[in-house]
Design a protein around this ligand. Structure first.
Ligand code: ZN
Length: 302
């Protein structure tokens, strides 16, 4: 890959303020892009508007600025991309790859054959051959195959799923409702010309679905690197659900140093008392992708 072709991104969901786990993903994706002489974009993954917290998107951007991040181009907001997602869904419907599904949650639970990788149920394929008589579509689903979808993650190694077994035909849009995260990410990665996805390992189970969507839509597939995620003492990913604390203003350099150390970088501890710009100067000069721990989760230190 030539340096100019590298385009990476950081894509937080505005469900709360930036916390340490998100900072790790921001630092890792940004430094990998800059080390390749590449572009680094920011995308606000606010497609699921019911989960968005008012003001959180602006708060995340202000925290990134205070930490000294500099992104390329304007921030892309998924909440403003409905026309693009609708066009992608329409093309999948036109080719028969997407189909309407009338099943209620209860009906799927009654006939599902197993648990899906995302914690839900494997869709049993009830509406694959057409809607039952007298029923209307409640959702649009994408046909998946029995074949293995595999990729070589730069950190986690080879990862594979058989979507028909591990996920089932998955939802692209709830009828007259929001577009699914998987569709939005696939469409936006293509739209933004993303060549490299560097993000937390908590999203690795989504990657085969996104690769499948890329193939169905005729998109290129980026390379993937799933960073270890910060967990609490119980081994749970730090998130709003597990009460991850927001980053505290005035501690930006210390937080950056902590994120770099989490990613295996031997940053001098004294830089925690310096300005964020000094931390960045060190990080840009010393970033080592090879030093990132080849693990999916690491307990964060307080
Ligand atoms: Zn159905």
């Amino acid at each position: 890959m030539t340096p100019a072709a590298y385009r990476g991104r950081f894509a937080p969901s505005p469900t709360g303020p930036l916390h340490f786990g998100s900072l790790v993903a921001a630092v890792g994706s940004c430094l990998d892009a800059r080390a390749h002489g590449g572009a680094w974009l920011v995308r606000m993954e606010d497609v699921d508007t019911e989960r968005n917290v008012p003001g959180a998107a602006d708060a995340i951007l202000r925290t990134l600025e205070a930490c000294g991040f500099e992104w390329d181009g304007p921030v892309l907001y998924q909440s403003r991309r409905g026309d693009a997602y609708a066009a992608a869904l329409e093309s999948l419907r036109a080719t028969g790859q997407a189909y309407g599904c009338a099943c209620s949650r209860r009906e799927i639970a009654d006939s599902a054959t197993g648990s899906a990788v995302d914690g839900g149920l494997v869709y049993p394929g009830t509406c694959r051959g057409g809607l039952p008589p007298g029923r209307a579509a409640r959702a649009w689903r994408l046909r998946v195959a029995e074949a293995e979808v595999a990729f070589d993650d730069r950190i986690q190694g080879r990862m594979a799923q058989v979507l028909a077994r591990d996920v089932g035909d998955f939802v692209l849009r709830r009828a007259d409702g929001p577009f699914a995260y998987q569709l939005a990410v696939a469409v936006d990665d293509q739209f933004q010309g993303i060549s490299e996805v560097v993000r937390g390992a908590d999203l690795i189970a989504s990657t085969p679905r996104q690769i499948w969507l890329q193939r169905c839509l005729g998109y290129a597939t980026p390379r993937y690197a799933h960073l270890p995620v910060a967990t609490n003492a119980a081994g749970e990913k730090l998130s709003k659900q597990t009460r991850a604390p927001a980053l505290v203003p005035g501690r930006e350099a210390a937080d950056l140093v902590a994120a770099l150390r989490f990613l295996g970088q031997p940053v001098p501890p004294a830089l925690a008392a310096a300005a964020p710009a000094e931390v960045w100067a060190w990080a840009l000069g010393h970033w080592s992708f090879a030093a990132v721990p080849r693990r999916a989760g690491i307990p964060a230190r307080d």
